[in-house]
Design a protein around this ligand. Structure first.
Ligand SMILES: CC(C)(COP(=O)(O)OP(=O)(O)OC[C@H]1O[C@@H](n2cnc3c(N)ncnc32)[C@H](O)[C@@H]1OP(=O)(O)O)[C@@H](O)C(=O)NCCC(=O)NCCS
Length: 243
């Protein structure tokens, strides 16, 4: 069973981006937990260490709890395949902004990862020696585009979304997942002023800054649709390994 699930990690055997050392995986919580009611004897719960188990118990909503567990399952499985150690050897720490990082073992510390969940789908990106940020959102997620644009989007982004006409919702979700992916790669989450930078998908499907932040040359972006109805935004930083 475990091997089957490993196969559902997208491209874990080969980097998603050739020459970039970035891996991406995604799965629905139903694929991990099936339709049986959750209890702590469910085998994915064993992927959590003591602190993670304590955290999982605090979730009020079952879906949030299962997303949290699935995120640990996906990221630990991916990291364990990449470093060749059992998932139980991988443990995470959290910085002051809540960004998770590999705390041990030593040989996994050069891997950076990012987790995102939305409507029962969980996605993980892992980068070797480079920061990564991932965000997934359902294209049909209800959003008050006007209110969010006013508060969080650059004027260029707001204009591009307005001009998308009946594709407004899709244009918004595409921009939003890219922005979140960048903020998560930086590690400051919503601490970065979201209106101070912009990301637009132009008519030729190119991802362009609008406007550019000062560090824009250090990042690359990728976007795609996964599991039918979900938009995935991925931000990948330059290598930070010192040779
Ligand atoms: C990170 C953040 C953008 C999450 O966005 P979201 O769209 O609501 O949720 P997503 O599902 O895409 O991402 C959630 C994941 O982001 C990760 N995450 C949390 N904080 C993060 C951060 N600062 N940077 C990068 N990733 C972070 C976690 O892995 C989390 O999943 P988990 O709880 O299962 O571990 C948002 O929660 C945020 O801004 N957090 C930062 C809060 C902050 O700056 N606090 C200041 C402390 S003083």
């Amino acid at each position: 069973m475990f091997d089957d699930l490993k196969e559902s990690l997208l491209r874990i055997k080969e980097p998603l981006l050739m020459g970039e050392a970035v891996w991406v995986g995604a799965m629905k919580i139903d694929a991990l937990f099936g339709r049986e009611p959750f209890n702590e004897n469910s085998w994915p719960f064993s992927f959590l260490d003591i602190k993670e188990k304590q955290r999982a118990r605090k979730y009020r909503f079952l879906e949030d709890k299962l997303c949290f567990i699935t995120g640990r399952f996906l990221s630990k499985t991916a990291l364990s395949s990449l470093v060749g150690l059992p998932p139980g050897c991988i443990s995470f720490g959290y910085d002051s902004h809540g960004k998770p990082f590999v705390e041990s073992p030593g040989q996994a510390k050069e891997f950076y990862f990012s987790i995102s969940h939305s409507a029962g789908l969980v996605a993980v990106a892992v980068g070797y020696g480079r920061l990564v940020g991932i965000d997934v959102e359902s294209y049909t997620r209800p959003v008050d585009i006007g209110a969010v644009s006013k508060r969080f989007l650059s004027s260029e982004e707001s204009l591009a979304i307005k001009e998308a006409g009946d594709k407004k919702q899709e244009a918004f979700i595409r921009t939003w997942t890219l922005k979140e992916a960048y903020a998560k790669a930086l590690g400051v989450g919503l601490g970065v002023p979201f209106e101070s930078f912009g990301l637009i998908v132009d008519s030729r499907s190119r991802i362009v800054w609008a406007p550019r932040p000062p560090d824009s040359d250090s990042w690359r972006f990728f976007q795609g649709t996964i599991c039918g109805d979900f938009c995935l935004g991925l931000c990948v930083g330059d290598s930070i390994l010192n040779y």
